[in-house]
Design a protein around this ligand. Structure first.
Ligand SMILES: Nc1ncnc2c1ncn2[C@@H]1O[C@H](COP(=O)(O)OP(=O)(O)OP(=O)(O)O)[C@@H](O)[C@H]1O
Length: 235
């Protein structure tokens, strides 16, 4: 399978353009980070791929396939799994029901439990009764039920304690490497992104102001400060 790609994508909501001329190709197994201040357009960039934002110019593709005008369910069939910022689990369904809702098999569920043993212990609990970390694990596990080739993660560590964040990142690392998933990670914690990702895109007011390796970004205090608001990178 070839990569997924944003080709010259401008996108937004209604008549409002939020992101402009975004170019990015993600190969299987590649880990890409997206950084930027609040409101820079990171979520909109992912949504342009998954159908939540309207594409005004350019195309989004999976391999040879143009996904730009397909509905979200058809894009999911193209092998793209999404862990949205809102962790859209079903609060009134149990963990088991949440996992089966997307049409996964018992084998997929066993894989999810191997990755997140905590979910197996909470199998009969309602989504609403899970901790923030458990809800995030469930959200990631749900995205895996259709065996995606690419995973788009929107701030998966938001609201989690440092210890739980470490666990979730360890699971993401294992998953990406075991399955050779291509991964786009939107995350506020710059150290986590630089550690995990091969390449990083930095957005400022909807445009790419840096695209390069994590190591290259570490040597760009100007970008870190102006586009992310950091005076240095902590671990
Ligand atoms: N559904 C929507 N309808 C209209 N405007 C929206 C919608 N979603 C986001 N926006 C606007 O698009 C801009 C970019 O938002 P987006 O969520 O893409 O940024 P972000 O970089 O992900 O921010 P954050 O880090 O705060 O999550 C913001 O000004 C926001 O108000």
């Amino acid at each position: 399978m070839n990569g997924i790609a944003w080709n010259g994508v401008s996108a937004g909501y209604g008549a409002t353009t939020i992101i402009e001329e975004i170019d990015l190709t993600v190969a299987p197994g590649e880990r890409i980070g997206v950084l930027g201040r609040n409101g820079a357009g990171k979520t909109t960039m992912l949504s342009a791929m998954t159908g939540g934002a309207q594409i005004l110019k350019g195309t989004v593709r999976a391999g040879d396939r143009d996904l730009s005008n397909l509905p979200p369910w058809a894009r999911s069939r193209a092998g793209i799994g999404v862990v949205p910022q809102t962790r859209d689990i079903f609060r009134s369904l149990t963990v088991r029901e949440n996992l089966m809702a997307g049409g996964g098999t018992a084998a997929d569920m066993a894989d999810a439990f191997a990755l997140f043993p905590r979910l197996k212990e909470r199998l009969g609990n309602l989504g609403a009764d899970l901790s923030g970390g458990e809800q995030q694990m469930l959200s990631i596990a749900r995205a895996l039920m259709n065996r995606p080739t690419f995973l788009l993660l929107d701030e998966p560590l938001e609201g989690l304690s440092p210890l739980v964040s470490q666990d979730v990142m360890a699971a993401i690392r294992k998953l990406v490497s075991d399955r050779n998933l291509g991964c786009v990670l939107v995350e506020q914690h710059v150290g986590t992104v630089l550690d995990f990702c091969d390449r990083v895109l930095v957005l400022q007011r909807g445009r790419v102001v840096f695209s390069g390796t994590s190591d290259a970004l570490r040597t760009r205090p100007d970008v870190l400060e102006s586009a992310i608001g950091l005076s240095g990178v902590s671990g």
